[in-house]
Design a protein around this ligand. Structure first.
Ligand code: PEP
Ligand code: MG
Length: 750
């Protein structure tokens, strides 16, 4: 670092610190800072502009412009040189401002007589809070050292603003983290929630941005980096070898933690007069600005990793862990960039809602949120930089919309919606104990989908006829090693106990595709959804399947047992899987363990191929369940995980209904009980159409049972079937418009 640069910024920061140490607050403080900068750099003007709202910058303090203009002069984002710095987050340094493109003359400030202009964004963690400007009458090109000094001061300013130092007296910054913001994300679990923000990883607060002794700060940095390296190495040692992605992230951490360039840039900022933590944050802010401009998703991910690493380093330096002492609100809505399923389970049902910046509908966290019936919105913009602990927040999981710090009108409309939903819940509660019988007297069995012990209480509260799909993979996904047979047997026994005699259909392990076990060797398949997954893994490496079947038999302990094999694509696979079960029964019998009183062995129909299997398959299966989530993705060749295409094809598309009719017909020929357990079964209109097509058993999330039951009890299936058949013959692409039209007429009493 050149001596000059070090001394300009250090001198300035030293004086700034003395100024800040004096008794002053709000406006007076801002005024003193502008005076100090102008005097120290010998400029005619120094001004601070802060964002009044996301589009408007306001002159909040000045040395050199007309004092009357303070809190009056405003400019829109991109307007004039100040507006450009605010918009682009980039420095403008010119000796001849009036001839610079974008210059805007502001007579109210008396600006015409100034020639040179240096504008630096006031940024914190990639977010621009305002603009710091110096100007001179005589043309002057500010040197790199002066620019650096102003940058460092801008960073200290941003820190102070964050601490609320300027809140009050009309200063704009206070408004920044108070204004309402809406985020449009993607719905991953329906439902609505009102509550207060609880940040999974609260931001580190830097309280001492300026330091006197660079050597001491560098020593602190060195120690912290050493601790960081050790912790990354430990994480690498204990990371499951199967999780390629996690290993890759940790390797990137290690690379950054040893990067000379990264450390040198932080040390330079320390020599400029910042404390070690402020210097780390300065570099983090610069990295975030770079990140926002990188179009390549892979590089962006790596920069995200660097961001995480900086946070870890900041936590070490400040001693602030995840627990900042803040108290969790009584109605917490979890806000995070992303979260693992285990961490989410730790929070449990306490959460009112969850909002993630990243995530995918099929992620493990989404599966857990669904199991716990907590409204979840994913891909919700940069909410972690905007939200503060305790902020009021509304989560609309139906629409994928989040309102942070909502204004009164939005909150009132939202509460109306919640009240209507509560009203509907009451209606559903009143029919809970009744059987589901349609207007024309058809009995429909409604069961629930589950995957955790925690789901079982819903059996009673929803009035479900049993568990139509128990996804057993969650117990495997949530831990670092294969669960033991004894543990599983005990869990399955508890599930059956909790079901109190109602049937529970256990689906054997469905891993692969999006569900990767931490301890499973990654397969690196080009298309995992069509790869080595579910029963394919179970049959090729039968150890785990055998163990699971034994655990199920032991868990049943003489009670009836329902086992279902996932992703059966051809008859042979079902025969082989059934064979495994029979051998397990023989083994248990030899060991004198009690055998289940009855055993029902089913197959999931998730690929079109099995719908055309030989008749003997339908005869051999004790029951069949349509896994509509997978079946639809293969039927339409539209990835269920791909936001671009996953909603493209309607379930009520005529082709799909024709296909369903074929499956229903084949099961009817052999008398094989058939159910539908994909997400669509829980959507009232779809469920009604499935029933009209001939399905008599639907399995869904517990929260859907009430609305589906209500819908079914209101309508006549044979009338609807006529409407559907007419639409199928009309050449329409989907029967939905005709069905919706019919439903509307029904509701209005025609
Ligand atoms: C399905 O595919 O419809 C299904 C129920 O299984 P999963 O969603 O667990 O793949
Ligand atoms: Mg499936």
């Amino acid at each position: 670092m050149p001596e000059a640069r070090e001394s300009v910024s250090r001198r300035l920061l030293q004086r700034l610190r003395e100024t800040l140490a004096q008794e002053s607050a709000g406006q007076e403080r801002l005024d003193r800072i502008t005076d100090l900068i102008a005097r120290s750099l010998g400029t005619d003007v120094c001004s601070i502009y802060l964002f009044r709202d996301s589009e408007t910058l306001e002159l909040c303090a000045t040395h050199g412009l007309k004092p009357e203009a303070v809190h009056k002069t405003r400019m829109r984002l991109g307007e004039g040189l100040v507006g450009r710095v605010g918009r682009d987050g980039r420095i403008i340094n010119t000796a001849d401002a009036p001839s610079h493109p974008g210059f805007r003359y502001m007579p109210e400030t008396g600006e015409e007589s100034f020639s040179s202009f240096l504008g630096v964004p006031v940024q914190r963690l990639g977010e621009t809070l305002g603009v710091l400007v110096v100007q001179t009458k005589t043309p002057r090109q500010f040197t790199d050292d002066e620019v650096y000094a102003i940058e460092v001061v801008a960073m200290v300013l941003a820190e102070m603003a964050e601490l609320g130092a300027f809140i009050g007296e009309g200063a704009a910054l206070g408004a920044l983290h108070q204004r309402p913001v809406m985020f449009r994300g993607v719905s991953a679990q329906e439902g609505t929630a009102e509550g207060h923000v609880w940040l999974h990883e609260p931001r580190v607060v830097v309280t001492n941005p300026i330091a006197d002794d660079p050597e001491q700060e560098k020593a602190r940095l060195g120690e912290a980096i050493e601790r960081l390296r050790v912790s990354v190495d430990e994480m690498l040692d204990s990371a499951p070898t199967g999780d390629k992605e996690q290993l890759q992230v940790l390797e990137t951490y290690r690379m950054f933690a040893n990067s000379r360039g990264w450390i040198r840039r932080i040390e330079e900022a320390i020599e400029g007069g910042l404390s070690a933590e402020a210097a780390v944050e300065k570099e983090q802010t610069a990295a975030r600005s770079r990140m926002m401009q990188v179009p390549d998703p892979y590089l962006r991910e790596r920069l995200h990793d660097l961001d995480d690493l900086s946070n870890r380093l900041l936590r070490i330096l400040t001693g602030q862990g995840n627990h900042t002492g803040a108290e969790m609100p009584a109605d917490p809505v979890l806000v995070a960039r992303n979260i693992g399923p285990g961490e989410l389970l730790d929070y449990g049902r306490n959460l009112r809602g969850i909002v993630l910046e990243e995530g995918s509908v099929g992620s493990h966290a989404a599966i857990v949120a669904r199991a716990l019936a907590i409204p979840l919105v994913i891909n919700a913009g940069p909410i972690t930089t905007e939200a503060l602990n305790g902020d009021p927040i509304l989560v609309d999981g139906d629409e994928g919309i989040v309102h942070l710090r909502p204004d009164d009108n939005i909150a009132a409309a939202f509460r109306d919606k919640m009240a209507m939903q509560a009203e509907a819940q009451k209606r559903y509660a009143s029919i809970r104990g009744k059987p589901t019988i349609t207007r024309d007297g058809v009995r429909i069995k409604l069961t629930m989908n589950a995957g955790l012990m925690a789901d079982l209480p819903s059996l009673e509260s929803s009035g479900a006829d049993g568990v139509g799909l128990f996804r057993t993979e969650l117990q495997f996904l949530l831990r670092n090693t294969v669960p033991r047979r004894g543990e599983l047997a005990a869990l399955y026994a508890r599930v059956m106990d909790a079901a109190k005699g109602k049937p529970v259909v256990f689906r054997t392990l469905d891993v692969g595709s999006d569900k990767v076990l931490p301890y499973m060797k990654p397969q690196d398949e080009p298309n995992p959804a069509m790869g080595w997954r579910a029963i394919r893994v179970g049959l090729d490496k039968p150890g785990v399947l055998r163990m699971q079947l034994q655990a199920l038999i032991r868990g049943a302990a003489g009670r009836p047992l329902h086992v279902m094999f996932p992703f059966i694509a051809q008859f042979e696979e079902f025969k082989a899987a059934r064979g495994q079960l029979e051998r397990a029964l023989e083994r248990e019998s030899r060991l004198n363990h009690p055998l289940p009183k009855e055993i029902h062995v089913g197959a999931m129909l998730e690929t079109p191929s099995i719908a055309f299997a030989p008749r003997q398959f339908f005869e051999m299966a004790d029951f069949i369940s349509i896994g509509g989530n997978d079946l639809k993705q293969f039927f339409f060749a539209a990835d269920r995980e791909n936001e671009r295409v996953r909603r493209r094809y309607d379930t009520l598309n005529v082709s799909f209904l024709n296909f369903l009719e074929g499956i229903i017909g084949r099961c009817a020929e052999t008398g094989t009980p058939l159910s539908f357990c994909g997400e669509d079964a829980g959507r009232p209109v779809e469920a009604l159409c499935f029933a009209a097509m001939g399905l008599r058993h639907l399995s869904m999330r517990p929260a859907s049972i009430g609305p589906v039951k209500h819908m079914l009890m209101q309508h006549d299936l044979s009338d609807l079937r006529k409407v559907i058949d007419e639409a199928r013959q009309s050449g329409a692409q989907s029967v939905r418009p005709a069905v919706m039209n019919w439903l509307q007429h029904q509701a209005s009493g025609f």
